[in-house]
Design a protein around this ligand. Structure first.
Ligand code: ACO
Length: 324
């Protein structure tokens, strides 16, 4: 069999209609627009409607990506959905998306790696497709993350938002792909650090959903170190340098983390795609949402070399390199 390569054929995104500004949050907890903007870069975030599920958000993003790719859903044989906020404990939310898209075959499953989830999902789909198991996949990051927030904790509730992003990928002959396609992934976790960022509930522990707990300043330090090491690993493995990167599309946790990583890796700040001001941290959705934003506004073009990175609960972290 000839060598296969996964290429991204379309990108889509969806943001819930309701926008919550920093000023609105300042009416709920002891914070201010100025504090939130200065420490995080966030100005506003989207909040899912009461009857809007993660699967609705994921389906809307998937449909947008299929439209962008010009690919009919009947061709899709794999859905990998990264989410921390599933519709139900089981079945996988990806199967709800499969049904909502009208798919009658293929396979659909969820990946849970919190804010790094999209990169873990991308690496998983890429590995399976390169082995020839599936031909056309939708890889999605979607969250109703605000449902697991403690709205009285100013240290966390100001940071997060809801939304979804998706890419449609095809496995094609590597010769036909030319330079396009997914090039390398580096994903890692360290379970010893879970106390610094976790949810204080779960099916087998408390029988409740729980709420986000975080020691933000400690997470911040680990984030810059872990992300930088993952990025260096993919660059070293592939022989590319930071100068070769056309666009840096990071997980959108905090503008200061984005700036810190870009500076450490000597990536020109003009190449950094930042959506954190308008989306907040949408966990697994943030990378595909940022990708979608920069593809839509014409910054990212076919053939551009893209570097993505993420860090989240677990700790989990990773980086991916691909040519769009
Ligand atoms: N408004 C006003 N004051 C606040 C707020 C707020 N919303 N939140 C915290 N403070 C206060 C604290 O209580 C503290 O007060 P004190 O000095 O009287 O005790 C002071 O601000 C400083 O607190 P720090 O936590 O040291 O502030 P820091 O500059 O580190 O900013 C922040 C906090 C924004 C959370 C930052 O640490 C951060 O972004 N960390 C990374 C978090 C992250 O990225 N998490 C996500 C990655 S994983 C994932 O995406 C799920």
């Amino acid at each position: 069999m000839s060598e296969l390569r996964c290429v991204i054929e379309g990108v889509g995104g969806y943001l819930p209609e309701r926008v919550m500004t920093n000023a609105e949050l300042a009416g709920m907890v002891d914070t201010s627009d100025e504090w939130i903007r200065e420490r995080t870069g966030i100005r506003e975030r989207h909040i899912a409607a009461d009857d809007e599920l993660t699967s609705d958000i994921a389906t809307a993003a998937a449909k947008a990506a299929l439209d962008h790719a010009g690919i009919d859903v009947s061709e899709v044989d794999l859905i990998v959905l990264a989410t921390t906020t599933p519709d139900q404990t089981f079945p996988a939310t990806a199967t709800a998306v499969q049904a909502k898209l009208g798919m009658e075959g293929g396979a659909a499953f969820d990946v849970q790696a919190v804010c790094s989830g999209f990169l873990f999902a991308l690496a998983t789909a890429d590995s399976m497709m390169k082995q020839g198991l599936f031909k056309t996949a939708i890889v999605i990051g979607a969250e109703t993350f605000t449902r697991i927030l403690d709205w009285s904790d100013r240290g966390t509730c100001v940071l997060f938002g809801d939304g979804g992003g998706a890419v449609v990928m095809r496995a094609i002959d590597a010769a036909e792909a030319g330079e396009r396609g997914l090039i390398a992934h580096h994903v890692r976790t360290d379970g010893r650090k879970s106390d610094l960022l976790h949810v204080d509930g779960g099916v087998s522990s408390t029988g409740t959903v729980g709420q986000v707990r975080m020691i933000g300043n400690q997470v911040f330090k680990h984030a810059v170190t872990n992300i930088s090491s993952a990025v260096r690993a993919v660059l070293e493995e592939t022989g590319y340098s930071a100068d070769d990167i056309d666009w840096f599309v990071p997980h959108q946790a905090n503008q200061r983390i984005l700036d810190g990583v870009a500076k450490k890796l000597k990536i020109d700040e003009a190449k950094v795609v930042s959506t954190v001001a308008l989306h907040g941290n949408t966990s697994a959705a943030s990378i595909p949402l940022a990708l979608w934003t920069a593809v839509q506004d014409g910054r990212i073009k076919s053939g551009d070399l893209i570097l993505s990175e993420a860090m989240g609960g677990g700790f989990s972290w990773g980086a991916s390199l691909f040519r769009y």
